[in-house]
Write a protein that binds this ligand. Structure first.
Ligand SMILES: [Zn+2]
Length: 180
């Protein structure tokens, strides 16, 4: 468990995290660690049925520092904005989470969390909707980092998020000529 009561429930203070990222109506009860997304029970079951190696867990389950940091970096509003770029927000879970854009987002989030940046070229609209074999592949777990002061880490992560993740999404939108 985490120190000072910092756990996933704390992130529900952000309004966008309270409602399911996938159906938009269900109450958030589970999380998609790899996507930094919060989902309802119904959508969680659909994710489980996909049989992917993505990390899923209940909001009240113990969480590692790294996974928590990933959730701080991510969050539903960032994921929503990203899916919006590729017009995937209202597509089925069994489709959008298997696309190249899903793999791209996972990589971007993990890279931002670990390195504070992400340099891969953005996906074209067409490419983003192609299915990815990598979605099905086993993922290598990252080694656990040395324990640090979690609260500071989260604050630092949050500052970086507001600069980097939304900037990247904005850049993607601009380059693809999508206007909000
Ligand atoms: Zn849902």
């Amino acid at each position: 468990m985490t120190e000072e009561g910092l756990d996933l429930r704390g992130l529900l203070e952000f309004q966008d995290n309270r409602r399911c990222i996938d159906c938009g109506t269900g109450k958030s009860e589970y999380v998609l660690i790899d996507f930094g997304g919060f989902v309802c029970k119904t959508c969680f079951l659909l994710h489980s049925d996909l049989g992917l190696k993505n990390k899923l867990q209940h909001i009240t389950d113990p969480i590692t520092d790294q996974d928590l940091k990933q959730m701080v970096f991510g969050g539903n509003s960032a994921l929503y904005e990203y899916w919006e770029v590729y017009d995937l927000n209202y597509k089925a879970i069994s489709f959008k989470y298997l696309t190249l854009s899903a793999v791209y987002y996972k990589e971007m989030l993990a890279s931002l969390r670990v390195n504070g940046n992400y340099y891969r070229d953005f996906l074209s609209l067409e490419k983003a909707k192609q299915l990815s074999q990598q979605s099905f592949d086993d993922r290598t777990p990252e080694p656990e980092p040395r324990p640090q002061k979690l609260k500071e880490k989260i604050e630092e992560a949050w500052e970086k998020l507001s600069l980097t993740l939304s900037d990247i999404i904005k850049t993607i939108k601009t380059k693809l000529k999508i206007h909000p």
